[in-house]
Design a protein around this ligand. Structure first.
Ligand code: ADP
Length: 448
């Protein structure tokens, strides 16, 4: 087992990892930018190292600085969390070359899944169903139009290097296709430095269903069921549920086993998420994330399994301690993402938290790194906390969520809590009757 883990992240996820390390008796090292001097992850870690100025490219994405922090502190492993360097194959490789363990899959697996075209080809080879579309990169508008004629409009143009919902454009006809290609390319170039794009059939009313997997790199792998993350704004998840309410238990077992078998074949190591769109009873693979997800707590809540413990154990070379038939799903869990944003315009709202009263009580978990008096810096993602609730049934879970949202207070900055206060009262949400477009439509129709 590791003696010291450096946590290459900030905010709630840094704290999440730190807690698991402490429970496993592992020393922790926090890294921070000058904007995060007073951050909670720095206060709670055993040691901390400042790795640069506020911009992420100079600090949390600065590989030489992070490597130096490992050497100074003698950390023998790095947990990357999500975002930042978590899906950076080069970072994983460099760490390995320096005899520091990257807590995550091999750089090879990160690479395969990081490029969406290669990921889709791999999925097909592994027997995972995919969305109909181009076999590879689309180079010209003519090529795109010919393919669209084959699979039928509407189609979606997506960045090969995509992530965070960027570089995606829908086209309903040939006329829109040229524009969609151009815009997707420009966006992709700006966001990822790579303008390669591909095409998929655009599904009209799918749900976003994902499967949590965990492997040990030795050929053992299990699935931990499904999550429904259909409530999205600009392709970004806002609200997540486990187990996915519309998927029957035998369907969960079937798609879960397809994913677990694929991971066994790949000899995949660590946590991963296989993402699907689900429409008319069919699953269509869209991508795989080779890291811990923001929404992992809902899975932890229904399975009673600590995913970070497992990530650390398998990275240290231990075989998977989980057996498929021992993984049982209990009740229902929902997570809502609390962002420091205007709940109407979604403009970021950094600043000082003048009063903080988190919800509590039975079945409530809060993953957050904020505190009263904390100043949210303007430099990073606006996620300031996750409220996760559990109930024996979805109905009980919703009642509890409503109660928890009502008692949650964050003053001094604007947050998305008022949005959830409204959503929890919506008949469609209560009925679980929503697809990936529901939230955008709701927001457009309810502008104040
Ligand atoms: P990213 O890596 O940027 O998150 P994904 O491929 O995971 O991109 O897609 C993000 C979201 O975009 C999906 O959850 C879904 O809402 C939408 N989307 C992606 N592909 C399609 C498609 N073929 N049809 C309809 N919606 C899609």
């Amino acid at each position: 087992m590791f003696s010291k883990v450096l946590i290459a992240n900030r905010g709630e996820i840094a704290l999440r990892i730190l807690r698991a390390c402490k429970e496993l008796g592992i020393q922790t090292v926090a890294i921070y930018s000058t904007a995060d001097r007073n951050a909670m992850h720095v206060r709670l870690a055993d040691e901390s190292v400042c790795i640069g100025p506020p911009p992420a490219k100079d600090s949390y994405l600065n590989i030489p600085s992070i490597l130096a922090a490992c050497e100074i502190t003698g950390a023998d492993a790095v947990h990357p969390g999500y975002g930042f360097l978590s899906e950076n194959a080069r970072f994983a490789r460099i760490l390995t070359e320096h005899k520091i363990t990257f807590i995550g899959p091999s750089s090879h697996h990160i690479e395969i899944m990081g490029d969406k075209i290669t990921a889709k080809k791999t999925a097909v080879e592994l027997g995972i169903p995919v969305v109909p579309g181009s076999d590879g990169e689309i180079k010209t508008a003519d090529e795109a139009k010919a393919l669209a004629a084959e699979i039928g409009y509407p189609v979606i143009v997506k960045a090969t290097a995509g992530g965070g919902g960027r570089g995606m454009k829908v086209a309903h006809n040939d006329l829109e296709m040229s524009t969609a290609l151009g815009t997707a390319r420009t966006e992709a170039k700006a966001a990822f430095g790579n303008d390669s794009v591909y095409i998929e059939k655009y599904l009209g009313k799918p749900r976003h269903i994902e499967v949590q997997v965990m492997g040990d790199g030795q050929g053992n792998a299990v699935h931990l069921g499904t999550r429904d993350c259909s409530l999205q704004r600009r392709h970004q998840k806002v609200w997540e549920e486990a187990t996915a309410p519309t998927i029957a238990p035998d369907e969960t077992a079937r798609i879960g086993e397809i994913c677990a078998a694929a991971m066994r074949k790949l000899k995949y190591s660590g946590a991963g998420t296989v993402e699907f769109l689900y429409e008319n009873g069919e699953f269509y693979f869209i991508e795989m994330n080779t890291r811990l997800q923001v929404e992992h707590p809902v899975t932890e809540r229904v399975t009673n399994i600590d995913l970070v413990y497992e990530q650390i154990r398998v990275a240290a070379g231990e075989p998977l301690s989980l057996k498929q038939d021992e993984i049982v799903f209990m009740g229902h869990a929902i997570e809502v993402r609390i962002n420091a944003e205007d709940p109407q315009t979604f403009a970021p709202s950094p600043g000082k938290i003048t009063y903080y009263h988190p919800a509590g009580g039975v079945g409530v978990r809060i993953d957050s790194a904020i505190y009263q008096g904390y100043v949210i810096p303007p430099n990073y993602d606006s996620l300031i906390g996750k409220l996760i609730v559990h109930g024996r049934t979805r109905a009980e879970c919703l009642q509890r969520l409503k109660r928890a949202i009502d008692e949650f207070v964050v003053d001094g900055v604007k947050t998305t809590l008022p949005l959830f206060q409204r959503l929890i009262r919506e008949p469609d949400i209560i009925a679980g009757n929503y697809d990936i477009h529901w939230l955008e439509k709701y927001l457009a129709a309810n502008k104040v």
